[in-house]
Design a protein around this ligand. Structure first.
Ligand SMILES: Cc1cc2nc3c(=O)[nH]c(=O)nc-3n(C[C@H](O)[C@H](O)[C@H](O)COP(=O)(O)O)c2cc1C
Length: 316
C-alpha cells in the first residue's frame, strides 16, 4: 500500500518535506513541486534547491516537470537522472490559468494529437522511468475515454489520476467512476489522488481498488499524520505538531529573511488550523500576524485548542 505526499507548489518545499518526514513519516514518496524548463536549459536557483539531492536526503523524492516541449523535458530528465533520481514525473494536470494559457499542465489535454507526439518523444528517450500526473479532461469528464486511450499506449512507471477536469479545479466531488474506468483499462500501476482527507477516505479507496497507491495533498497538510495512521500508526498529537512547527520555523529561519518565514508559515498554519476545534479565532490571528512574535503567539493559541476528531481538511 504505497502512500504518497502530493506536490504542492509554495507549500511542500524541501524544508517542509524533510521536516514532515522526520516528524511523522508514513509517506513512501514525496513528489517535488514542478520545475518548468525553458530554452535556456538551466534550473532557477529555487529549482536547484528543490532538486539538490542533499536537500532530499533520507526520503524518496520524485522530481516533477511541467512543459509542453519534449526537448526541454528530456533536457531536464537527463539533468535529474544525473543527480541520481530514478523516476521523473510529468505534470499534465495543473489547472492554473497562467499555466494552461501557455498550453502546459492540463492545457495539454486539449490537443490529444499534440499530447501523443509529446509522449512519443519523451517515452522513446527519457533516461529514467516516467510517471504521469493527470486530470480526466479539460472541460468535461466526457473527454476521459479518449484521453485514457492515449495514455494507455505508454509504459508509464505510474499513472496518477486526479479525477476532476481542469474546469473543476479542486472543487466538488472527484469522479470516482472515471478512476474506475482507468482501473479496468490501464495496466500500469495506478495512483488515486483527490479528497483523501481522513483514514476512512483512504481505506474506502484501498478497499475498492486494492492494488492502487494513494496520493494526498490537502489532507496531509491539515493532518500530517494521515498516512502514518493509514498504515496502522498513531493518530495526530498536539505535542508532535508543536515540535513540527518549531522545526519548520528553525528550517525557514536558517534560509530566509523574516518576511519570507512569516509568509511560508502563514500558509502552513492556515492548513493546520483546519484540523482544530473552534479554529476561527486562531485562524484570524494567523492571517493578521505581520511579525514573528504575533505569528508564534497565534500558533500557540491554535495549539491550545483541541484537535478535531478526526482532524480533517474538510469542514464538518
Ligand atoms: C497550493 C497548491 C499547489 C499545488 N502544486 C502542484 C504542483 O506543483 N504539481 C502538481 O502536480 N500538483 C500540484 N497541486 C495539486 C496537488 O498535487 C493535488 O493534486 C491536489 O491538491 C488534489 O489532491 P488533494 O485533494 O489530496 O489535495 C497543487 C495544489 C495546491 C492546492
Amino acid at each position: 500500500m504505497p502512500l504518497y505526499f502530493a506536490p504542492m507548489e509554495g507549500l511542500t518545499d524541501d524544508i517542509f518535506r524533510r521536516t514532515h518526514h522526520a516528524c511523522f513519516g508514513g509517506c513512501d514518496k514525496y513528489f517535488i513541486p514542478f520545475v518548468a524548463p525553458t530554452q535556456h536549459c538551466v534550473f532557477t536557483p529555487k529549482e536547484q534547491r528543490a532538486l539538490l539531492p542533499e536537500n532530499n536526503l533520507g526520503l524518496c523524492a520524485v522530481p516533477q516537470i511541467l512543459t509542453k516541449n519534449s526537448e526541454y523535458f528530456l533536457w531536464a530528465a537527463r539533468e535529474i537522472a544525473n543527480m541520481g533520481y530514478t523516476e521523473v514525473n510529468l505534470n499534465i494536470g495543473c489547472p492554473s490559468p497562467t499555466v494552461t494559457a501557455k498550453g502546459k499542465g492540463s492545457g495539454m489535454l486539449r490537443d490529444l494529437q499534440a499530447l501523443r507526439a509529446f509522449l512519443d518523444d519523451i517515452f522513446a528517450a527519457s533516461p529514467i522511468p516516467v510517471s504521469v500526473k493527470t486530470r480526466i479532461g479539460y472541460d468535461s469528464p466526457e473527454e476521459w475515454p479518449q484521453l485514457l486511450s492515449v495514455l494507455r499506449d505508454y509504459p508509464m512507471h505510474e499513472l496518477i489520476i486526479h479525477p476532476r477536469t481542469r474546469a473543476e479545479q479542486y472543487g466538488g466531488e472527484p469522479h470516482e467512476d472515471a478512476f474506475s474506468a482507468a482501473a479496468q483499462k490501464i495496466t500500469c500501476p495506478l495512483v488515486y489522488n483527490g479528497n483523501l482527507f481522513t483514514t476512512e477516505d483512504c481505506k474506502r479507496i484501498l478497499t475498492a481498488y486494492p492494488h492502487v497507491s494513494l496520493m494526498a495533498g490537502r489532507g496531509l497538510m491539515t493532518n500530517p499524520a494521515l498516512m502514518r495512521q493509514v498504515k496502522g500508526g498513531d493518530g495526530l498529537h498536539t505535542a508532535e505538531l508543536s515540535r513540527f512547527i518549531d522545526m519548520l520555523y528553525a528550517g525557514y529561519a536558517a534560509r530566509f529573511d523574516t518576511s519570507v518565514v512569516i509568509g511560508r508559515m502563514r500558509d502552513i498554519l492556515k492548513m493546520l488550523a483546519l484540523g482544530f476545534e473552534d479554529s476561527k479565532k486562531p485562524l484570524k490571528a494567523i492571517c493578521k500576524a505581520r511579525t514573528l512574535e504575533a505569528q508564534t503567539q497565534a500558533a500557540e493559541l491554535l495549539l491550545s485548542h483541541p484537535l478535531r476528531n478526526p482532524p480533517s481538511f474538510q469542514s464538518e
